[in-house]
Design a protein around this ligand. Structure first.
Ligand code: ZN
Length: 228
């Protein structure tokens, strides 16, 4: 059985990672249009760098939760037939032990060169405009997909959805496309679909089955069922 798991902000929120889908519509006090668009970066690159540098530094203060750990445990048992697609830019899946993870919205642990297009692993800050390791120009930006940009890996993701027998959505609002459309794509290709979310998402009715509660409880229970 081939499984694709989509994860969103809800799974990271249970580790204490702040998300911009919180009630006030702000992301750590910032309007999304001020820190998550190409126009914002063009207008105020230092402000945008400061924001993502703080998010990257904050990763040191959070840990994977039982939902991340359960998905890593499933990968160890399921191997290549499990793919995790995440909308999250943190590294909690990797730190839990998952290796087959596609970051469709980019990663805080990566920098993107606007001059040569290189994507390089990155641990420290970018706000001091360090040179690109590949071309040495001072054009490194956060390797995060901003509003108005095309998500990464869509070909591989839709290829995996086409082959999937089971599609599971964990901690996603079902409001952000194209990820919100994955359930319908997977179903059209013949997969069974399951939602694991704190509350019914906007697309909850598209799923064959929906379970509502904390990811840290629902995901380990679901993995236990699979591994029987
Ligand atoms: Zn470069």
């Amino acid at each position: 059985m081939r499984i694709v798991v989509l994860t969103g902000a809800g799974i990271s929120a249970e580790s204490g990672v702040p998300t911009f889908r919180d009630a006030d519509g702000l992301w750590e006090g910032h309007r999304v249009e001020d820190v998550a668009t190409p126009a914002a970066y063009d207008a105020q690159p230092a402000v945008v760098h400061q924001f993502y540098d703080a998010r990257r530094a904050a990763l040191a203060g959070v840990e994977p939760n039982p939902a991340h750990l359960a998905l890593a445990r499933l990968e160890r048992a399921w191997g290549d037939d499990l793919l995790v697609v995440t909308q999250n830019i943190d590294d909690l899946h990797e730190r839990a032990g998952s290796t087959r993870v596609l970051h469709m919205h980019g990663s805080l642990r990566s920098a993107l060169c606007r001059a040569c297009g290189s994507r390089v692993e990155w641990e420290g800050d970018l706000g001091h405009f360090p040179p690109c390791p590949a071309c040495h120009r001072l054009e490194l930006r956060p390797d995060v997909v901003w509003f108005g940009e095309i998500p990464y890996e869509l070909d591989r993701i839709f290829g995996a959805l086409e082959r999937a027998d089971l599609f599971v959505s964990v901690g996603t609002s079902g409001a952000v496309y194209p990820a919100a459309g994955f359930v319908q794509a997977a179903a059209a290709y013949g997969a069974r679909t399951l939602e694991l979310n704190l509350e019914p998402s906007e697309g909850s009715h598209f799923f064959d089955e929906a379970r509502h509660g904390r990811a840290g409880e629902l995901v380990p229970a679901w993995v236990d069922e699979l591994l029987g």
